[in-house]
Structure formats: C-alpha cells, structure tokens
Design a protein around this ligand. Structure first.
Ligand SMILES: Cc1cc2nc3c(=O)[nH]c(=O)nc-3n(C[C@H](O)[C@H](O)[C@H](O)COP(=O)(O)OP(=O)(O)OC[C@H]3O[C@@H](n4cnc5c(N)ncnc54)[C@H](O)[C@@H]3O)c2cc1C
Length: 489
C-alpha cells in the first residue's frame, strides 16, 4: 500500500489529503497537524447569544467565486447549497480619508477603475488626480527592459499603478484595497505574482480602463450564479469552518488524522532510497517516499534544512507579515453610525494601526442576532509594527471604532485572533524564488509543496495547490512503479 504523508492541517493540507484519498484509492494517508484543531487560518467561533448566535471568523471570511477550485470542492463536499454571497442590498465600501469615511467609487472590481462617472464624482481623488487617471487612456504600454528593472521585467504593484493612473489613485484607491488582501506593501509586491492580469490588460488593450470594461463584459456574461447571488465572494452559511468540518467528515475513518503532532525534522537516512524520515515532537518517527508539505514556506524550509540546505534557504527567503483580527459585538443602538455597507479600508498614508474594518453584520446579516452589530477590525501590515497581545490589540480596535464610528460603549462579545507570520509577501523577486523552488523539487520527485506561500494566497488557490501536490506525487508513484518493474515485464 502506498504511504502518503501530508504535513499541515490548514485548507491546503486538508485538500491535499482529500484529493489523495479520492485519486489514489489504495494509499495509506497520514495528515499531521501541530495545533490542537484543524483548519489553520480558517477558524470560526459560533457564539451563542440570547436566542441567536454571533458567527465570528478569526481568519478568512469569504472566498473568491471566480477562482473555480473553492466552489468545486464545496460542491463535491455537498456544501453547494449552503454557499451564499455577501449582502447585495447594502454594498457600500468606504475609504478612510483624513479621518473621514468617503465612499469607494463603483466599478473597482479586480482593482481597476472601470466606472468613469463614479470616479469623476468621487471625493477620494482631487481634480488633478482625476485628470492624471485619465492619462491611462493615452499612455502607451511601457516596455520593461528585464535587464534594467533588475526584476526580470517585473515591477512593483505600486510602480505599475502609479505610472498608469498616478500616485494619488494608487495611494487613495488601490493601495488600501490591495492591503486588505495581502497586508502588504504595494511598493514591494511583485506585480507578476500578485495581479499579473493588470500588466496583461495594459499590453492587450493599451489602457487599464479599456481592459477593465472588456473584462467586466466577459465576467457578466460568465457570471457565477449561486443561489441567485451575483456576489463575487462566497461563504457557507455558518462560516468557513463548514468546509473544514466537511473535509474531515470525508477523510474519516480512512485517513490517519493526527492533531497535536509537530514534525520537528525531516532527514534522509539513505539518499539512494529517496525516502523521507520524519521526526515528531511525540518521539515517534515515520518513513515515506511521498511527502506533501503544506506548512508555511519558512517552516517547510526549517524541516528540510538538514538534507537540502540550499532549498531550505530559498523557502525561508519568502517573507511573511503578521496580522490580527479583533471582532466586537454591540447593541445596534450603541453604534452612532448607520453601518450601511461592508465596512472600510484604511490607506497606509493615514498612519493608523488598523488596516480595515468589516461591518460583518451588514455584509452577512445572519451573522449577528437581530438588533446587534458585529464588527471586525483587521490590524497589521507588512513593514508596520503592531502591538502584539490581546489587550493591546483590543485597545487598537476600540480606539479605531471610537475615532471613526464614534462607538464608546463596551463590546458585549469580543474575540481576538493573532496570526504570527501568516501572510506571505510575494515581493519583487518572488517569480525567481518560484523557479528556484521548481528546480530544487526536481531533485526530490516524491516531495511536493502546497499552501499559500507560493502561487496564491486565497482559499481557492490553496485548495488548488493541495490538488496539484497530489498530482505531482501521483506522477512520481507511477514512475516509481514503472521503474521498479522487472525488465522482462
Ligand atoms: C486574518 C486573515 C484573513 C484572511 N482573509 C481571507 C479571505 O477572506 N479570503 C481568502 O480567500 N483568504 C483569506 N486569507 C488567506 C487564507 O486564509 C490563507 O492563505 C489560507 O487559509 C492558508 O492556508 P494554508 O493551508 O496554506 O496555511 P495554514 O492555514 O497556515 O495551515 C498550515 C498548517 O500547518 C501547521 N503546521 C505548521 N508547522 C507544522 C509542523 N512543524 N508540523 C505539523 N503541522 C505544522 C499549522 O499549525 C497550520 O495549521 C486570510 C488570512 C488571514 C490570516
């Protein structure tokens, strides 16, 4: 029987175990997780309150519908009918601008301004800034000389948006939206690794605005309709943990599931055998020739350091930012402002400790009992120190809600989630790191990597990375079987 070990029980590792079970019927699969719970960054707290409950997400709260792997897995797990979109009746998003909340212009899906009248009406951009944005229609595509940029023809997201739309549009519109996804510094993030389609639109249509209009037409034509919703984001009714719960149900009892088990080292006792020996903090060891590491890249690097130090240091060169979320519940009567949208994002230039604030009970009305508001403050971004500790984070959240929304009441329910080194930063040079990783993996055919550190940070990408990791080890198993056949067969 083929043994497959998957390390890391986040969504990538759980998906890898799921696809291994589905596609390699006779495999003996072991899934190992150091924490006391499954799901990694996906964690949902369902807090009973009076006659209802608050549904509080500690990490992600939705996933992108347009990337097919999230919806596909949910359907396979029987969750298709439980997916719903965000509230389409109150869709406002605001941007904090000099301490005031100003509406984000319409038509900014996928980071590109495509609704020109809405941009013209917006108070987030000065008339000078709007005129500069208009130059996007006239400026020819930039030829990037790979030798001159020093980044193989890549450039930072900040530099790209600034040269197409102007610095003001970058700082006031695009930077805060991008931060909400990567918690990153746009002047460091690689365009090729984060929003490659922006450069494609520039080359193909000569202008972001023209490209965006074309893209919108296409998206409307293919629009995903889930339960009548045209929302770009989806989530199961009682939180993303439903996906984790359904995955676990489908893995039991066949997959050997081990919580509270940390892999401390991976060695190769006999390099000719191409097997991996895993050591656990429980003192146990296991040997396998097919291994999927679905741990953060820096952890995978640490684990591989003893037998491939160069590969290990490549993995460890991917930086990660730390973030935290603080969820607070109030009586609606204690919230002076009408929470008439999904919340607001905070540009870096505002100098706040918080990054964004989600009005969860408007975005998903059933996530708070009638008459109550659930609000989530997102803290921490690359290059900015955050106060680390529950009390400190709570103070940041309360200060943010007080100064922007005027809330002075004490929260009725609160939850703080701290995510140390959680958000990989696909900075300039990331595409080269990926090439070095692929080259290193050629030396270790039974090894695969999955997770958010490489080719996509969102849940659908992580699910896909688990599926691809299984395809890779499956190929290795086939070639192993073929080469181990006696020559005369
Ligand atoms: C606050 C926040 C909000 C987010 N919002 C969204 C969103 O709305 N939509 C979206 O699509 N994405 C969002 N993301 C991103 C997304 O949640 C993550 O990229 C994704 O969940 C990562 O999954 P993963 O399996 O790669 O990693 P993880 O979830 O980090 O899983 C890795 C697992 O490996 C385990 N592990 C580590 N070391 C070892 C070891 N030595 N031995 C055994 N196990 C080990 C860890 O305990 C962990 O469980 C958000 C992320 C955060 C932090």
């Amino acid at each position: 029987m083929k043994r497959i070990i998957v390390v890391g029980g986040g969504i990538a590792g759980l998906s890898a175990a799921y696809y291994a079970q589905k596609n390699i019927p006779n495999a003996h699969i072991t899934l190992i997780e150091s924490a006391s719970y499954w799901g990694g960054k996906i964690t949902t707290d369902r807090v009973a309150f009076e006659d209802g409950q608050f549904i509080i997400e500690g990490g992600p709260d939705t996933f992108l519908a347009s990337k097919p792997w999230g919806v596909a897995l949910c359907k396979e797990l029987g969750l298709g009918e439980r997916l719903h979109g965000t509230n389409q009746n109150k869709k406002n998003t605001y941007v904090l601008n000099k301490g005031r909340l100003l509406p984000l212009p319409e038509g900014l899906a996928r980071m590109i301004p495509s609704d020109i009248p809405s941009i013209l009406r917006s108070r987030l951009i000065s008339w000078f800034g709007k005129t500069r944005m208009g130059l996007d229609l006239l400026l020819p595509p930039h030829r990037l000389n790979p030798d001159k940029t020093g980044a193989g023809g890549d450039e930072s997201l900040g530099s790209f948006v600034s040269r197409r739309l102007g610095r003001e549009a970058y700082q006031n519109l695009i930077e805060p939206l991008m931060s909400g996804i990567y918690a990153g510094d746009g002047d460091q993030l690689s365009l090729a690794s984060t929003f490659p389609y922006l450069r494609d639109l520039e080359i193909k249509h000569g202008s972001l605005a023209r490209g965006a209009i074309e893209m919108r037409k296409k998206m409307n034509a293919n629009g995903q309709k889930i339960q009548g919703s045209r929302s770009a984001f989806l989530t199961p009714t009682t939180g993303l943990a439903e996906i984790v719960e359904a995955l676990l149900k489908s893995l039991k009892p066949k997959v050997d599931l081990r919580l509270n088990t940390r892999v401390t080292r991976i060695t190769r006792s006999d390099p000719r055998l191409s097997t991996f020996d895993l050591e656990f903090d429980t003192g146990e060891t296991l040997t396998t020739d097919t291994l999927i590491l679905a741990t953060p890249a820096y952890t995978s690097g640490q684990l591989l350091a003893s037998f491939d130090p160069e590969f290990a240091s490549t993995l460890q060169s991917i930086p990660y930012a730390s973030t935290a979320t603080v969820s607070l519940a109030y009586r609606l009567s204690d919230v002076p402002r009408d929470l008439d949208g999904y919340g607001y994002v905070i540009p870096r230039r505002e100098g706040r400790k918080a990054l964004a604030c989600t009005w969860t009970s408007t975005k998903f009305p059933h996530r708070a009992p009638e008459g109550y508001a659930l609000i989530r403050v997102f803290v921490g971004r690359a290059g900015q120190d955050i106060p680390w500790g529950e009390g400190e984070l709570l103070d940041v959240a309360k200060e943010e809600l007080n100064s922007t929304l005027g809330i002075t009441a004490e929260p009725l329910v609160l939850r703080v989630f701290m995510w140390d080194k959680a958000m990989p930063q696909y900075n300039l040079g990331h595409p080269e790191i990926l090439k070095r990783i692929d080259t290193a993996l050629e030396k270790h055919p039974g090894l695969a990597l999955a997770g958010n550190g490489y080719r996509g940070i969102g849940i659908p990408d992580c699910i896909h990375s688990g599926e691809l990791a299984v395809e890779r080890v499956l190929k290795f198993s086939h070639s192993n079987v073929e080469t181990s056949q006696p020559a005369d067969l």
